[in-house]
Design a binder for this molecule. Sequence first.
Ligand SMILES: *[C@@H]1O[C@H](CO)[C@@H](O)[C@H](O)[C@H]1NC(C)=O
Ligand SMILES: *[C@@H]1O[C@H](CO)[C@@H](O)[C@H](O)[C@H]1NC(C)=O
Ligand SMILES: *[C@@H]1O[C@H](CO)[C@@H](O)[C@H](O)[C@H]1NC(C)=O
Length: 344
Amino acid sequence: MILRQLITHIGFLVVHINALPYENEYGPEYGDEWILFYDDEGNTHVMNFSTIPSDSRGMIFGDAYYYLYTRDNVDPEELFLPTEENQVFSSQYFNSSNALKVVTHGWFSSEQTTWIQQIKDEFLLKDDYNVITIDWSEIASNPIYPWAAFSTRYIGKKIAKLLDAITLSYQVDGSNMHLLGHSLGSQIMAYTASYSNQRIQRITGLDPARPFFELPMMPQECRLDKTDAVFVDIIHTCGGIYGYRKSHGHADFYPNNGKAKQPGCEGFQNVIEGCSHGRACLFFRESINSEISFTAYPCENWEKFKSGECRQNFTYMGYQATEGDFGDYYLYTKDESPYALGDH
Ligand SMILES: *[C@@H]1O[C@H](CO)[C@@H](O)[C@H](O)[C@H]1NC(C)=O
Ligand SMILES: *[C@@H]1O[C@H](CO)[C@@H](O)[C@H](O)[C@H]1NC(C)=O
Ligand SMILES: *[C@@H]1O[C@H](CO)[C@@H](O)[C@H](O)[C@H]1NC(C)=O
């Protein structure tokens, strides 16, 4: 693949970008300056990131909401942050004996989106977890992508306060916390972990958002990377377009080479990409309770993997990924559920 060196002027910043050229009917700016985005309802939006807003005044149009699900409550319990710091808060269903999973969505999505509800259900089937889903759809539905992207920090800070309040009130500490986010949601979880007083055990990035994080490359403290938690695992499914292309976690998984188009994602450009971007969530969801594992193999690159090298060692992508996993992993999947191919 040919690397194209671009110099982009963003305000007073001059950023060198190694952009991957992306062949398509919309021309060379597509993928570098703007992209079509296909949301959960099937609507198309222009994700334009050719200019960063010059100031952030008025950027916040909405709030974040927190919903707790446990095996004891099918209907969500809305959680409210204590108004002051170091104040204990109480919940009807939070169970201090159990580990915590926190899940959130990306641009033009919400807590009600199918994959979040399904991942929540699979977690509760798997074990007696406290599952908190975060809804930041009021802000995520801002059609100006940069505003939604820059708001990830604000949302992350708020969730960090919630986690600290949980630790204070229920003695569940960071070692029992696992944060998951899709797209911009991955970036939110990076901020959450870094603003929290806890060292968070694990962050799973489900195709973490690329525009404004990897393109242009933001400083380490402004994007998800392996400093954010004890274990950061990333599933790449639309790398170089909506998702990170490069490895940023402890373990980076590249199913079907980590890019569009993922098997089963046919259609128009934006549909291919939206579908591929969403695959990371579907893979993770399936991995929680499925008997068929997403066996993944450490390898230098896709070409070597494809040629049949790199089959000596393996690990598992998704729920079963563990702290010892380190480096890049490759695997194939099927084009429909169940996606996993199992062992060897
Ligand atoms: C993106 O925004 C820039 C600056 O506002 C504008 O010039 C350009 O036409 C926009 N591109 C698209 C595809 O909307
Ligand atoms: C909390 O969860 C444990 C299992 O992890 C269970 O034994 C216990 O009954 C739960 N407590 C409440 C109050 O539901
Ligand atoms: C497989 O694991 C062995 C033992 O840990 C290690 O020496 C070897 O380098 C690994 N091979 C690959 C391709 O990662």
